[in-house]
Design a protein around this ligand. Structure first.
Ligand code: CMP
Length: 139
């Protein structure tokens, strides 16, 4: 089933010049970019995006990191895009990520983990609309 997911190439990966490698991985996996935006999050943009994690001890630090430099935000489309992108990314903690995954290649630790990807259809809907409110969600 063709679906859409939201991906973020985080400030740590942008600083490491890994944008090209990460987008090439999406394309090789038949996850087609259908929208791309490069931007530096404000603190409040990061807080709104990660609102589900508000009660977590790492919330403030996560939002500071996410607003520390530019990110690349993408909508990816393809068969089973949500699950496929999570497989490509690997585990949240790069130390636990499978070889060949984006986080294994570019992540530093559980916070500076190079990329984000929506974890469910409901989350994808919220996250795509958060950054691309003008986008037609029907494929
Ligand atoms: P992401 O997939 O963007 O979703 C939430 C983010 O919070 C996660 O990637 C990490 O960057 C961060 N995160 C998750 N767990 C922890 C943790 N235990 N300590 C610090 N940051 C975390």
């Amino acid at each position: 089933m063709s679906e859409r997911t939201l991906a973020i190439i985080k400030p740590d990966a942008v600083k490491k010049h890994a944008i090209g490698d990460i987008i090439a991985r999406y394309e090789k996996a038949s996850l087609k970019p259908v929208a791309i935006r490069m931007m530096q999050f404000s603190m409040s943009t990061a807080e709104g995006f990660y609102a589900v994690h508000k009660a977590r001890p790492f919330f403030q630090s996560l939002c500071s990191f996410m607003s520390s430099g530019p990110s690349v935000v993408l909508v990816l489309q393809g068969d089973n895009a949500i699950k496929k992108n999570r497989e490509l990314m690997g585990a949240t903690d790069p130390a636990k990520a499978e070889p060949g995954t984006i986080r294994k290649a570019h992540g530093t630790n559980i916070e500076f983990n190079a990329v984000h990807g929506s974890d469910s259809p409901e989350t994808a809907k919220f996250e795509i609309a958060y950054f691309f409110p003008e986008m037609d969600l029907a494929e």
